[in-house]
Ligand binder design. Structure first.
Ligand SMILES: [Zn+2]
Length: 342
């Protein structure tokens, strides 16, 4: 009450600043610590290899068997979250401890526990060097993005139809939740492709053959172009939406720019736009490469300036010029400094 009373005379004094400790889940300090932990993992073990999203299935028999007559899963969040948690522990055991994809060097995950919608998990796996994916043939071993023969594997086919079909969106349904500015924000339907392909620094194109397989889902006929990439073993084991994708080949910075500095060309002269944005990086070499791409995006002409490096009292030439030009000490610009000047 004292602080409120003071605020009656001076607006600055209203309320009280409280800094929550990192033990308070979701506080700024907690988030900051987790972010730094995740960055240290990447700095030590390299880029993630797999990206997985697993969503709770409220029709798991473990949940439905416990509902009382007349109840739905929405009435019993206690049961839903406990069963989901148990599945997560099993997932951890199967994928990380027992190494379903191979030896896991490091991993990070986050649960989105929303007050509406179902809990889901985002996992990033960084594999040990012995278990890294080497190319499209390896992707096919673990990831599928096609419908299956209903007669050969009826149960798996049923799970793919139930959990792994996107949409329908786009021309089939303009009101789908994924539509943004007239197009699907997840870029469905994907293109047909006879083989899995990997172009440099791009998302892989998974094998989606035009083999005539179709299923009737949510009132529309959908083919392989609508299948969300999955792993058959994990889908069979968990019977829920579980999207598995390869992420090792993507150079994240391309996407970072797009999200952090959207509309750069329009806003780069704005005083408030630039200082509000930053991309944190773990190493100086990454900072330099990020800066180089960033500067290339400014509309003005690029000028290059070189440092003049020399060492006093180096009569025996212990520090050759090319070595001095190559080092990137903290707080000093690189040897070759590119700046865009109007
Ligand atoms: Zn869509």
């Amino acid at each position: 009450m004292d602080t409120l009373a003071a605020g009656e005379h001076r607006g600055l004094k209203a309320g009280k600043l409280v800094v929550l400790s990192k033990n308070f889940s979701g506080s700024d300090r907690d988030v900051q610590c987790r972010f730094m932990d995740a960055m240290s993992l990447v700095a030590k073990y390299g880029k993630p290899d797999y990206f997985l999203i697993m969503t709770c299935n409220p029709y798991w028999p473990e949940i439905t068997e416990l509902l009382l007559p007349g109840q739905t899963h929405q009435d019993r969040p206690d049961i839903v979250t406990r069963v989901y948690h148990a599945k997560l522990i099993d997932f951890h055991d199967f994928v990380i401890k027992k190494g379903f994809f191979g030896k896991v060097a490091a991993w990070a995950h986050v649960t989105e526990f929303q007050k509406r919608g179902l809990s889901h998990e985002h996992f990033l796996l960084i594999m040990d060097s012995s278990s890294k994916l080497s190319g499209p043939d390896d992707f096919d071993k673990y990831i599928s993005a096609e419908l299956l023969d209903e007669k050969k594997c009826p149960l798996l086919h049923e799970f793919v139809c139930k959990h792994m079909m996107h949409g329908p969106c786009g021309v089939l349904n303009r009101n789908c939740g994924c539509m943004q500015d007239g197009a699907c924000r997840f870029r469905y339907p994907k293109q047909f492709s006879e083989t899995t392909e990997q172009e440099k620094n791009a998302y892989p194109i998974y094998r989606r053959r035009n083999d005539g397989h179709k299923v009737f889902v949510r009132k529309k006929w959908l083919d392989n172009r609508w299948v969300v990439p999955y792993n058959p073993t994990l889908l069979m084991r968990y019977n829920c939406h579980i999207n598995v994708e390869v992420s090792s080949s993507i150079k994240g910075c391309k996407y970072l720019y797009k999200y952090v500095f959207s509309d750069l060309a329009m806003n780069c002269t704005s005083i408030s736009y630039m200082p509000e944005r930053a991309i944190l990086s773990t190493r100086n070499e990454y900072v330099d490469s990020l800066n180089a791409v960033m500067i290339g995006k400014f509309p003005e002409n690029e000028n290059v300036y070189y440092s003049h490096d020399s060492v006093d009292d180096d009569s025996t030439n212990n520090y050759p010029l090319n070595f001095l030009n190559s080092i990137t000490p903290n707080c000093l610009p690189p040897h070759e400094l590119k700046i865009n000047v109007q």
